[in-house]
Each structure stands twice: as structure tokens, then as C-alpha cells.
Design a binder for this molecule. Structure first.
Ligand SMILES: Nc1ncnc2c1ncn2[C@@H]1O[C@H](COP(=O)(O)OP(=O)(O)OP(=O)(O)O)[C@@H](O)[C@H]1O
Ligand SMILES: [Mg+2]
Length: 366
């Protein structure tokens, strides 16, 4: 591996699909067409990225694979760079690397579009955190800090991987909400904290768009951290969507249903938080299908999922109704603001605490 490609990484905020052709004409990337297309596994992506970033002059080094999602891997490592006016010297970081089949496929337009999207997401995450830090430093601590993105290339020795793209974040030592077992009162405590962060974000026109258990982490010192604000868009930039962005199971119908040609707004976060809470109470998503197409079809044919109260007899009927309202397919019948949703959740805490025999001191977990 040699050299660093400097890209123009201005955080221009637009969907990526429509201008990819123009992008590729101006791109300086080499294009690889040498071997048959294939899928790179998370461990393969990790070990290639670890190798590429093992040179002394690279700003980050990868140490262990933390996890993977639909678009790439997240690894723990160490980094040396300057971000937000602060110098980081060989400090712990998390590094996100998109799968190589997304950035080094045999379709140059797709590669370019994915790299542009990844870079936009990284820059938007940085921007969101900076904006929130200015208006409410305390709440901003709940958002995972993204430092920068990087491009390395050309990468020698890997026929189909001519460059490597990655984003660097603060490393959260802890667990995401998918991998912890929480009592119902704890779920509501965290839900209220999430609403508090979203309230500020929404007030400033920023919508997360990908609220789900794996994007909600609890650090070892008990602090809630929201990751992947990268799918966020300022609401004024939302247009009828060009591509489905969001996670099946948790994304609102108007966000991913191809027939819902509407501008999306902060109400998608209300839906996603409702679906997340449903998951945390029951251990399953509100619908059964995880594949995007099957999920959209299933949800169209079932206007409401099995009510929470039917799945969990200990849960008060009223709380079941609160979640149902947050997940209405028709967004005009949902909670219209995250504050209204939070107020109804807060009202449930003492009742839920009594239902399961918790002490009043355990009701509020901030
Ligand atoms: N900054 C971080 N520090 C520690 N762990 C992280 C960090 N960011 C993400 N993770 C964890 O890494 C794993 C993979 O995250 P990633 O965002 O790639 O996938 P996802 O959120 O599960 O799904 P998708 O990306 O498909 O929407 C998750 O378990 C997530 O909790
Ligand atoms: Mg994530």
C-alpha cells in the first residue's frame, strides 16, 4: 500500500444516486475489472483493512473486529490525528470500513456512489455533533463522536481492492442495546434519554433516520451513546427519496416503501424509536421479515403488528397503546413530536414500576 489519495470531501448534502455519472467522470480513482465479482465477509474485510493500515505512516491501525452491519465492519484500533482542534496521539478509536464489494465492485458507478455516500455520512455525523455541542454540550455527549474519514490507495496485493475508505470514531467500550438484557423500567429510562437527545436534534432540523438497537450503545460507565447519525439529514434537504435508506424492521413506511413518495421528516424517528422499544420489550422486531422487500410487503398487508400487551402480559395495556401510536403507518396519526411521545412514556414509568414490583428509586435511570 502506498500513498494517500486526497479527495474533495466537502459535505454536500444530496442523495447519491442521481449524479453518480458526473462523479465518475471527474473521479481520479482507478477502476478494477480484473476478477469475478464476489462478496467480502466481515472477517475478510477486517483482515485486508488491518493489513493495509498496518504501515507506520497510516493514521489508524486496526486491532480487533467489534461487529458488522449491512454496509461494513466496525473495528477497534488506535489512531494519531487532529480533530476538532485536539491532537490525538495513539489513542483508542473505532474505525468503520465499508465492505469492499460496495466500494471496489466491477461497477464503477456503484463504487463511486457508495464512496460518496459513505464520505457524506461521515461528514454529516461530524456536523451533527458539532451543531448539538454548540446548542447543548451535555446532550451532545450522548452522540458518538465521528472524527474524520480517510482514503488510502492504491492498495497493492489485493486485486479487487484498489483503495480503502474508512471513517474514524470515538470508541465506545460497552454494549449496544441489542446485546443487553434490560428490565422494562430500564428500557423506559433509556427511551426517555433517547427522546431528550432527539428533541434537541429535531429542534435544529436534524433527523437521525436510523434509530435501532445496534445504533444505541451503553458505555461501560452507563452513558447512552447514539451512533450513526450519518443517515441523518437536515429536514430542509429532504426530497422525495431516490434510494431506500434505513433498516427494515425499524424504518417508517414513508422512509422505505417505494410507493410512499413523500418528503420524510422527524416523524420517522418517532416510528423507529417505537419499533426499537417494541424490540427491547419483546426481543423481536414488530414484523417478522428482515429482508427489505419482504418486510415492506408484510407491513403493507398488516396495518398493525401484534400488540405489545399480547406479547408481554406484564406490560400495561396503556404502554402497548403508546407504542402502537408511535408506530402508526399513517404519520399524521403518530405522535407528531418526540416530546409528546416522551411525555407519554414518562407517565408510564411509575405504573410499569408498580406492575413489575420495582422500587420508586429504580424508575428513573436518565
Ligand atoms: N463507535 C463505536 N464504538 C464501539 N462499537 C461501535 C461503534 N460504532 C458501532 N459500533 C458497533 O459495531 C457494530 C456494527 O455497527 P454498524 O453501524 O456497522 O452496523 P449496524 O448498526 O448493526 O447496522 P447497519 O450499519 O447495517 O445499519 C454494532 O454492534 C455497533 O453497536
Ligand atoms: Mg450502526
Amino acid at each position: 500500500m502506498t500513498g494517500q489519495l486526497k479527495l474533495d470531501n466537502e459535505p454536500d448534502i444530496h442523495e447519491v444516486s442521481h449524479d453518480a455519472e458526473t462523479d465518475i467522470k471527474t473521479a481520479q480513482f482507478p477502476v478494477v475489472l480484473d476478477t469475478a465479482p464476489r462478496i467480502f465477509s466481515p472477517t475478510e474485510t477486517f483482515s485486508i483493512a488491518q493489513d493495509v493500515l498496518s504501515d507506520e505512516d497510516t493514521p489508524v491501525r486496526l486491532e480487533r473486529l467489534i461487529g458488522h452491519g449491512g454496509n461494513g465492519i466496525v473495528a477497534a484500533g488506535r489512531g494519531t490525528f487532529t480533530a476538532g482542534g485536539r491532537a490525538y496521539k495513539d489513542e483508542s478509536v473505532a474505525v468503520k470500513v465499508p465492505y469492499f464489494h460496495l466500494t471496489a465492485s466491477d461497477d464503477p458507478l456503484l463504487n463511486m456512489a457508495n464512496m460518496r455516500r459513505f464520505s457524506n455520512e461521515v461528514h454529516l455525523s461530524i456536523q451533527v455533533k458539532e451543531d448539538l455541542r454548540r446548542v447543548d454540550p451535555g446532550l451532545a455527549t450522548h452522540i458518538v463522536e465521528t472524527f474524520r474519514d480517510g482514503f488510502y490507495g492504491p492498495v497493492h496485493g489485493y486485486a479487487r481492492v484498489p483503495w480503502l475508505v474508512f471513517g474514524v470514531m470515538e470508541l465506545i467500550e460497552g454494549k449496544n442495546l441489542k446485546s443487553v438484557t434490560l428490565s422494562p423500567v430500564e428500557v423506559l429510562g433509556y427511551a426517555v434519554s433517547i427522546c431528550n437527545v432527539l428533541e434537541v436534534a429535531h429542534k435544529y432540523g436534524i433527523c437521525h433516520r436510523d434509530i435501532k438497537p445496534t445504533n444505541l450503545m451503553i458505555s461501560d460507565d452507563g452513558l447512552l451513546k447514539i451512533a450513526d447519525f450519518g443517515l441523518a439529514r437536515r429536514v430542509e434537504y429532504f426530497g422525495p427519496k431516490k434510494v431506500a435508506l434505513g433498516s427494515p424492521g425499524f424504518a417508517a413506511p414513508e422512509q422505505i416503501d417505494p410507493d410512499a413518495d413523500v418528503k420524510i421528516d422527524t416523524r420517522v424517528d418517532i416510528y423507529s424509536l417505537g419499533a426499537t422499544l417494541y424490540y427491547l420489550f419483546t426481543g423481536t422486531i414488530p414484523y417478522t421479515k428482515e429482508d427489505m422487500g419482504a418486510f415492506v410487503f408484510e407491513r403493507r398487508s398488516l396495518p398493525t403488528p401484534t400488540p405489545l400487551a399480547a406479547r408481554c402480559p406484564d406490560i400495561p395495556e396503556r404502554l402497548s397503546k403508546v407504542l402502537e401510536k408511535s408506530m402508526c403507518h399513517d404519520r399524521t396519526r403518530r405522535y407528531q413530536t418526540i416530546n409528546q411521545f416522551r411525555d407519554d412514556l414518562v407517565a408510564m414509568i411509575p405504573q410499569l414500576g408498580m406492575a413489575i414490583g420495582a422500587k420508586p428509586s429504580e424508575y428513573y435511570l436518565g
